[in-house]
Design a protein around this ligand. Structure first.
Ligand SMILES: Cc1cc2nc3c(=O)[nH]c(=O)nc-3n(C[C@H](O)[C@H](O)[C@H](O)COP(=O)(O)O)c2cc1C
Length: 202
């Protein structure tokens, strides 16, 4: 099968079901009125080692017809936190993807407890076992789709990493404790249950 990218066919489902598994960045950000926003993004990844940087890809509009709150907030306040999503947080993460009004806070609506971050003003999700505290590096506008829906990428510098000590085995993160979930195609998600090691050619 060869699928050309055009308006007539169903390329989107193939695209999203092949570039898997995608990590989920559960992003807290603050509006200029100090409303805490929380939303999951699976166009999310690490993009460099030194300095450590992440990318998030908001696409389309929120229900209000404006750019997504995460994008607007980070553009205004230049900070965000990537909260780690594990198995236990899967349902509440999913509920937080609902498009609430700009002045409504997902953590308030869904009773998600927050706590202060160490270096940024944006709070983090208390039950999340790991957090990246980030400062905005750059927002890049990507081409819109044929209907005019916008696409952007947000690139951020990670300035601090918080890891719950209970997730560690000696000094290493224990994946069997962290239990990350990842986004697959359709409405599917994955849990990691097999890990293997390979030496790199030197
Ligand atoms: C697991 C998951 C991953 C998502 N990934 C993205 C994404 O990468 N880009 C995007 O624009 N929306 C994504 N969404 C949808 C947003 O979470 C949703 O539009 C949300 O309302 C945006 O919230 P905000 O306006 O508060 O930023 C995802 C939803 C889920 C459940």
């Amino acid at each position: 099968m060869y699928v050309e990218i055009n308006d007539e066919n169903n390329w989107l489902k193939h695209y999203k079901s092949i570039i898997v598994p995608r990590p989920i960045g559960w992003i807290t950000s603050l509006s200029s009125d100090n409303v805490v926003n929380l939303a999951p993004y699976s166009f999310y990844n690490a993009i460099s080692t030194t300095p450590p940087m992440v990318v998030i890809g908001p696409g389309g509009y929120s229900k209000s017809g404006l750019n997504k709150d995460t994008l607007v907030n980070i553009e205004n306040t230049k900070q965000f936190v990537c909260n780690f999503v594990n198995w236990e947080l899967r349902d509440v993460m999913n509920l937080s993807s609902y498009s609430y009004n700009k002045n409504e806070s997902e953590p308030d609506k869904l009773n998600i407890q927050l706590e202060d971050s160490i270096q940024v003003k944006v709070p983090r999700v208390k039950l999340s076992p790991a957090h990246f505290e980030c400062e905005l590096y750059k927002i890049v506008e990507l081409p819109s789709d044929s209907k005019g829906n916008p696409n952007h990428i947000i690139i951020g510098n990670i300035i601090g990493i918080n890891i719950d000590d209970s997730m560690l085995n000696e000094d290493k993160v224990d994946i069997s404790k962290l239990k990350p979930i990842a986004r697959m195609g359709y409405d599917d998600y994955a849990l990691i249950n097999t890990i293997f090691t390979m030496d790199r050619p030197r």
